[in-house]
Write a protein that binds this ligand. Structure first.
Ligand code: AMP
Length: 295
């Protein structure tokens, strides 16, 4: 069924309230926050929400406050018509498509800032980014008041930040992390993949190819330092790859694993995450390994 498109916060609240009134105690609302230009990764989140909730709210909002001054806010890809088709096929019931002034009528003076889990990885290379994410997600949580919210592990640090915020601020929302969806050849789906020219697209395969070997290298006994050197070396084999970071972190705290032991002895899950530019396009990818998977 075609989802209803809502652009005003007040109308969205009314629609959700009407659903809750009609379904009383059995009402379950799922929220899938996105920036649009939807692909199969987004669709997997919407489908999961539609399976687990009676009402799925998909938000599409390119959030200006999570972009740095020299990032791609103005040229971020947008295609409302196609997004509505994907949303309908995946089972969204309401699509919230607010304008920037609807979400930020004034310059926001209240922001949400999560410490600790934002220190490394994208938090280090994109200052202010996660304040923008935490602020918009907390606004969406207040507006929609979902029972569950769905986030992709493609942005594993974002999942950590949102889970931490939800716990610290007592949002009554279950955070549901969802697996990374990839192209057949391994490239992680991303709205930004459309920026890649054919040669960049070909060379970008090095990211998933390298990450797919990480579990084996950890099993062989590598330390954090050895592993990052190995990954960097592999990625540099592609001349267009410009590495922003390659990091190994405990998950979900995102601290450093103990330096005096091989990674395979880690008692916590390990996140191996990277950000690499191909031309003007910044790609991120990661692999999340549980201790039982590397022994
Ligand atoms: P975005 O529109 O890029 O902000 O992403 C919206 C949501 O979709 C986030 O929770 C992302 O982690 C998730 N997502 C994006 N790409 C993928 C993917 N390839 N697989 C799974 N989830 C994804």
């Amino acid at each position: 069924m075609t989802p209803k498109v809502v652009r005003q916060i007040a109308e969205l609240r009314e629609e959700i309230a009407a659903y809750r009134r009609a379904h009383a105690a059995s009402a379950q609302v799922g929220l899938v926050p996105t920036m649009g230009y939807l692909h199969e990764g987004h669709a997997s989140l919407i489908r999961r929400s539609a399976e687990e909730n009676g009402l799925t709210v998909l938000s599409i909002f390119v959030n200006p406050i999570q972009f740095g001054p020299n990032e791609d806010f103005d040229r971020y890809p947008r295609d409302e018509e196609r997004d509505l088709k994907v949303a309908a096929e995946a089972g969204a019931n309401l699509v919230f498509l607010p304008s920037v002034t609807e979400m930020y009528p004034d310059k926001p003076r209240t922001t949400v800032s999560v410490s600790g889990v934002t220190e490394r990885l994208c938090g280090a290379s994109r200052p202010g980014h996660f304040d923008g994410v935490a602020t918009v997600v907390s606004k969406l949580f207040h507006i929609v008041q979902p029972d569950r919210a769905y986030f992709g592990l493609k942005d594993a640090q974002q999942v950590s930040v949102i889970a931490r915020m939800t716990e610290d601020l007592n949002f009554p929302v279950d955070i549901v992390p969802c697996p990374i969806v990839r192209e057949q050849d391994g490239l992680a789906l991303s709205s930004r993949n459309v920026y890649l020219n054919p040669e960049e697209r070909r060379q970008a395969l090095i990211l998933s190819q390298t990450l797919s070997q990480v579990a084996g290298w950890i099993e062989d006994g590598m330390s954090e330092a050895e592993l990052t050197v190995r990954i960097r070396g592999r990625i540099r084999s592609q001349p267009l790859a410009d590495i922003e970071y390659v990091e190994v972190a405990t998950y979900p705290e995102l601290g450093h694993p103990p330096a005096d032991r091989p990674l395979r002895e880690s008692r916590e899950p390990l996140l191996v995450a990277l950000a690499v530019r191909f031309g003007k396009t910044r790609l991120i990818d990661n692999v999340l390994l549980f201790p039982s998977e590397v022994k």
